[in-house]
Design a protein around this ligand. Structure first.
Ligand code: TRP
Length: 324
């Protein structure tokens, strides 16, 4: 079966381990088994929350470098910036007009902000219709599979609803995409909540050894003394470790917990493993970062490859709705 995967990351903040294990790594693995793969930087999504132009620009560069350093092969995939494909915004408007407002009222991101806030304070229209722009990202390329974290599942359901609605009104046009859930358990941040820029609890992906160690040492644990057996379930250090370690190493770490490993030693073990895994990515990052224009060149090549597909398809969509 021909399958086309597509996924994006919002360009706010610096890339962290949550992005890597939740999106980048599983998507690159899935790409190996897929006919086509589309990876993009959701920069128009970022301005919903970020009003600082420098932050947006540097985040675009860093998220792009995170993909490239992690092994994205631009020759065998489509790698681009959402804002370079203007037709996505055009499609977004068309989709707005077939989307029930009630569907958007139910979006988790909107509902969370709306709670105890009858005036919708702090909610801009971008946030409200965020899932529609995301649908346009996905439907524009008729992707069949969308690798995402569990928090994005609702957006995929909405995309399917919107696509079905359009197809129902205007005739078969869009593929109905399926979500592929990358990681059932969200990657915990240093405070144990889901790793996220909004919680300020991230461990950066592209940093030097010292910074990595400092972040790992900050992970919140309990006050059990060395020598006292510890529970590995619900432990932030352990939950991070399993992403880096082999099955055998995970079993050994469980034994260490049962034998009362100290938190300092447990964190050192996590650091050693993380450092070993991240070393090749870091080295590539330091190298790519020095190559002037590298990111821009990749993204403009990507736009050149992707835009003709979008142009062709938007013409089909326009003629379906009677505008051509
Ligand atoms: N909403 C996603 C996130 O915050 C980013 C995103 C935008 C996306 N458009 C997408 C992911 C399309 C997959 C497909 O992580």
């Amino acid at each position: 079966m021909k399958n086309r995967i597509l996924t994006g990351i919002t360009t706010s903040g610096t890339p962290h381990l949550g992005n890597y294990f939740g999106a980048i790594k599983p998507s690159l693995e899935l790409a190996k088994k897929s006919s086509d793969s589309f990876f993009f930087l959701a920069d128009y999504h970022s301005i919903i929350k970020v009003n600082n132009p420098q932050e947006v620009t540097s985040s675009i560069e860093n998220i792009a470098l995170a993909w490239l350093s992690s092994g994205l092969d631009t020759k065998n995939s489509y790698f681009y910036k959402q804002s370079d494909i203007r037709e996505i915004l055009e499609l977004s408007w068309v989709l707005h007009c077939v989307t029930a407002k009630g569907l958007m009222n139910r979006a988790h991101a909107y509902k969370a902000l709306k709670e105890n806030n009858s005036d919708d304070k702090g909610v801009n229209m971008g946030l409200f219709s965020y899932p529609i722009l995301m649908s346009a990202d996905i439907l524009m390329f008729n992707s069949t599979h969308v690798p995402v974290g569990p928090d994005q599942l609702q957006h995929l359901e909405m995309t399917r609803d919107i696509a079905l609605r359009f197809n129902h009104i205007f005739g078969d046009t869009f593929e109905i995409p399926e979500a592929v859930i990358n990681n059932d358990d969200p990657i915990p941040g240093i405070d144990g909540r889901k790793m996220s820029k909004s919680y300020n609890n991230v461990i950066p992906l592209l940093c030097d050894e010292k910074t990595l160690k400092k972040s790992i040492m900050k992970i919140v644990t309990n006050s059990l003394e060395p020598g006292v057996p510890k529970d590995h379930t619900n432990c932030n250090v352990f939950s991070l470790y399993i992403n880096f370690a082999s099955d055998k190493e995970i079993e050994e770490f469980k034994d260490d917990y049962a034998n009362g490993i100290s938190w300092g030693d447990a964190k050192n073990k996590l650091f050693d493993k993380a450092n070993e895994t991240l070393l090749p990515i870091r080295e590539k990052y330091f190298d790519l970062r020095e190559q002037k224009d590298l990111v821009n060149d990749h993204l403009s090549d990507g736009a050149k490859k992707v835009r003709p597909l979008a142009r062709e398809f938007i013409e089909v969509i326009r003629s379906k709705i009677g505008i051509s």
